[in-house]
Design a protein around this ligand. Structure first.
Ligand code: CA2
Length: 145
């Protein structure tokens, strides 16, 4: 493994600008700096964000085609997107790691956030640790891959 895809779903591009009590005050650019600093030498971080479900699905297809592990924050798609679930399943069925991450702990929030349609096809889930959720996932991916 030389590149880890760090994929982020809808509204996460707004991080740092609103709801700091839930999501902290860091932006996605700050997250990228943190992950690059903690990645072992030779491991590249390819961090992306989209509000578009189809684009996120296509990026998971790209992960399969290029053999890259994925750290995925599906944001609100977590709770209802069967298209994203099917694409995530393609990744793990190809033998690649796909770690679902959340900044907040969805289980301590509204009822609709308690369901993830992604977790059942993910390698594992890290939630509730702010940006450290991504760091913990990256640590696992770089040791296990
Ligand atoms: O805790 C997480 O990482 C979530 O995936 C974030 C999603 C939410 O729908 C999930 O239940 C849990 C929402 C992302 C929205 O991001 C914002 C960022 C700044 C301001 C407002 C929303």
């Amino acid at each position: 493994m030389s590149t880890v895809l760090v994929l982020n779903g809808p509204n996460l591009g707004r991080l740092g600008s609103r709801e700091p009590e839930v999501y902290g005050d860091g932006s996605l650019a700050d997250l990228e700096v943190l992950l690059r600093a903690s990645a072992p030498e030779g491991v590249e971080i390819d961090l992306r964000q989209t509000d578009d479900e189809a684009e996120l699905v296509h990026w998971l297809h790209e992960a399969v085609d290029t053999g890259r592990p994925v750290i995925l924050n599906p944001a609100a798609f977590t709770h209802y997107s069967y298209a994203l679930r099917d694409a995530a399943a393609l990744v793990t069925k190809a033998g690649l790691l796909l770690i679902e991450v959340h900044i907040s702990n969805p289980h301590s929030r509204e009822e609709f956030r308690h369901t993830s349609v992604i977790s059942g096809v993910a390698t594992g889930v890290v939630a509730g640790f702010g940006f450290d959720s991504y760091g913990l996932a990256l640590d696992y991916v770089t040791r296990a891959d």
